[in-house]
Design a protein around this ligand. Structure first.
Ligand code: FAD
Length: 331
């Protein structure tokens, strides 16, 4: 008789959802707990009456055959499309064409492949897991919104940014705790600029390397959202964001709008700021996923491998693979 232990996946970003999907397809009972009102994590969009803002992940690329095959499947399902904007790299003195490469985006937004992958899974939104406790029945999860869940799980997978996983692991005695703590994640200030008329800039998006606070700028009304009202998204550099992490949004906005002005853009009509506290991975763990067999606890997410959508996907997939192999072994 096969043994398929129940699994709780904490975090409904790409890593958690891919892991849950694979377990579900193999016949395992799996439930996903996500603290936000929607899934997608850092691939999520922020909705506005005049169009969505892709204020997190901008696009994704494939560096492995495995992820290329996944992208081909998403293309066939219509949840991903190629993205070919006019991209440049701006230095202090010159503008160059950005490095060539195949870039992809979700349709209608970057969270689309995550939502598609989550179809048919048991996903609990607005469930912030705040505490993990283990007894001889398994893991009991407590959520901030609803208290202790009524049933235990035999296994738990943490698929949150590593510092948030570390906060949960701190309530356990798992050796995964130092692994999660060792992953350094950097923040990113994002600024969304609203315009009545689209500023006439000679690019759709730019990697900014001029020594100022900006790292990336992209037109919302460009090729990925032609029907949205005119708008530009700005991402600040990680080191600048770290330095200004606790600054008031007004101060951050002033600095970033000034820097955008230096690129030739007029001041916006209005703006919104978003602070990604855990945006990019600085020192990834280097292995795709981590598993504590004694406590039946797993750790995955981009913090294990790198700072890209592809890394999150590879990590979640590796976690599922590991759990499926573990379940095949006799107890
Ligand atoms: P996440 O997407 O962070 O998912 C983790 C989930 O866990 C979140 O939904 C969170 O709400 C949830 N969670 C956290 N704590 C709890 C809790 N206690 N209980 C329940 N749920 C919890 N990558 C690219 O490839 N290309 C890009 O252009 C790109 N640009 C980026 C720009 C920015 C500003 C940011 C922030 C990221 C960017 N990335 C980019 C990185 C990419 O978005 C991430 O690598 C990827 O989305 C990470 O997926 P994940 O599943 O590991 O984590």
């Amino acid at each position: 008789m096969s043994h398929t232990p129940s699994t709780a996946v904490i975090g409904g970003g790409l890593a958690g959802v891919i892991c849950a999907r694979r377990l579900h397809e193999a016949g395992h009972a799996v439930q996903v707990f996500e603290k936000s009102r929607g899934i997608g994590g850092r691939m999520n969009a922020r909705r506005d009456p005049d169009g969505a803002w892709w204020h997190g992940a901008q696009y994704f690329t494939a560096h492995t055959q495995e992820f290329e095959a996944q992208i081909q499947a998403w293309l066939a399902d219509g949840v991903v499309q190629g993205w070919q904007p006019h991209l440049v790299t701006l230095t202090r003195y010159a503008s160059h064409p950005a490095p060539a490469g195949r870039r992809f985006v979700g349709v209608p937004a970057n969270s689309a492949p995550v939502r598609h992958t989550a179809q048919g899974l048991a996903v609990h939104l607005s469930h912030t897991v705040s505490h993990l406790q283990r007894d001889d029945q398994g893991w009991w999860l407590t959520t901030r919104e609803g208290g202790r869940l009524p049933q235990p799980f035999q296994r738990v997978v943490l698929a949150t940014p590593a510092p948030q996983a570390a906060a949960l692991l701190a309530t356990t005695s798992s050796p995964l705790l130092p692994r999660a703590r060792a992953v350094n994640m950097r923040p990113c200030w994002a600024l969304m600029l609203h315009y009545a008329e689209a500023p006439a800039l000679p690019f759709d998006g730019a990697f900014v390397q001029d020594g100022g606070p900006l790292a990336w700028v992209a037109a919302r009304h460009g090729s990925h959202q032609p029907n949205a009202a005119p708008g530009w998204l700005l991402h600040a550099r990680a080191d600048w964001s770290q330095l200004h992490l606790e600054d008031p949004p007004e101060k951050v906005a002033r600095r970033l709008i000034d820097a955008f002005g230096d690129l030739g853009a007029p001041p916006p009509e209005r703006w919104q700021a978003h602070r990604w506290r855990y945006a990019m991975v600085n020192h990834p763990d280097g292995v795709p996923c981590a598993w504590d067999p004694a406590q039946q606890l797993g750790l995955c997410g981009d913090g294990l491998l790198g700072s890209r959508v592809e890394d999150a996907w590879a990590s979640g997939r590796a976690m599922a693979h590991h759990l499926l192999k573990a379940a095949e072994r006799p107890a």
